[in-house]
Design a protein around this ligand. Sequence first.
Ligand code: AMP
Length: 371
Amino acid sequence: MRIAIAGCGQLARMLALAGWEMGHQFVFIADPGENTDCVNGLGDVVYRDDTMSGGALYDELGRPDVVTVEKEHVSVPMLESLSDHCLVAPSPEAIRICQHRGREKTLLQSLGIATAPFHVVDSSQTLIEAVETVGYPAFVKSCEQGYDGQNQWLIKDSESLEILAGRMETLPDLVVEGRVNFDRELSLIAVRSTRGEIATYPLSENRHREGILLTSQVPAPHVSQATTAQAEAIAHSLLTHWSYVGVLSIELFDEAGVLRVNELAPRVHNSGHWSQDAGVTSQFANHLRALTGVIPGETQPAHFAGMLNLLGRSPAPHLLQANDVSLHWYTKSIRQRRKVGHINLQAADRVTLEQRLAALEAELYPQGEPL
Ligand code: AMP
């Protein structure tokens, strides 16, 4: 099939690499000025132009069978106009909700899914009231355009609250969240096909550094059946609510076995990259299978898998000579904190996986070094 992907970053690259093996062809929709290095050689690139009608864009894309997305900020009106011509998956509506933390949390609440206590605010007065209600420290996040800890403020006391309140006129809508005293961060990668078949990968335990994902470990250690059941119930509820098609990624806080959703991503996700080398159908292949009406492939690895992000650095060649690692390089230029690749690891047992992840991390990020 011919598949159009809105966005030209590393997720588009890895989707296309998986899809070429399945006999698909790709075309990428770039925003004006967007860097397309990651998708070089993997398909044509069409630059989006707001004056173009949905029909004209559809023709320019070579009349794809399906359009999907690889990043958060995609024009929803563009997706809606393309949906008059072919399948757009996930739906523009699911993408619209997930682009805005306030809308997303309100939907989760309406489905009875637990989140951090939250308030959406748009003035200094409502900001102050919300922080006073949730208490210190409060996490204040912009509703839109925030990822990897960007556009977020940790408000620890009334002075920092006053400073932020003083800037409110220059800020977009915000969501104020009470702190969740979580033990760890987990994520669930789920997939639903056009035919309604659902599959989930095991929960991944994720560690962050300076707000950016650093490592994932699968299956997450010490997960009770009840916790898995909670995560799967959350996924089923969202997937069926939207009649969702494709991969949906759910970031979770685990507080003594009780899960709260931190954030949703209506696309493949960094915490699912381990699936590329763990002897299962990767999240990328399963996303494409879902879009093209093929039953999801295997999601349960026989062994243990891990992932370590390469943030602003490339690995020394000797690290890649071990036979338990695979490098995924995004062909981006290296900049501080930038995700430029990741290393997947496989191990027969958890102790080995944890030791190897720690050893790789220590080589790549000597202790105390800021990103
Ligand atoms: P986010 O951009 O929402 O994923 O937040 C970045 C990171 O900040 C998360 O991965 C958590 O480690 C932390 N964080 C965000 N919101 C909260 C919260 N309400 N309570 C505790 N920690 C949080």
